[in-house]
Design a protein. Structure first.
Length: 92
């Protein structure tokens, strides 16, 4: 498993809600439009393909970043929030 950060900027409330609901199946919603997902790369490809079908490429964007284990240890959270490394369970 690898941790990926998926962030999106979607102009339509309907499309944004649809993608948000879909991504909740795969990761932790750490910010309003940001998910941290601990998933296999093959599943990530499927998730991103599904996301691409939801968005309007002329106005919306979805970004995905891989977070290496070294980077995860250096995540700093100010204020309220969980770090994916703090979870002791896996979302199935």
């Amino acid at each position: 498993m690898m941790v990926f950060l998926i962030a999106y900027d979607i102009t339509s409330n309907r499309r944004r809600t649809r993608l948000h609901t879909y991504l909740k199946e795969f990761g932790l919603n750490t910010q309003k439009s940001v998910f941290e997902c601990d998933i296999e790369p093959d599943l990530l490809r499927q998730v991103l393909a599904s996301a691409a079908m939801v968005i309007d490429r002329s106005t919306d964007s979805v970004r995905c970043y891989r977070l290496c284990s070294h980077c995860l240890k250096r995540v700093v959270v100010s204020g309220v929030g969980l770090k994916i490394a703090e979870l002791d369970y896996m979302v199935i």
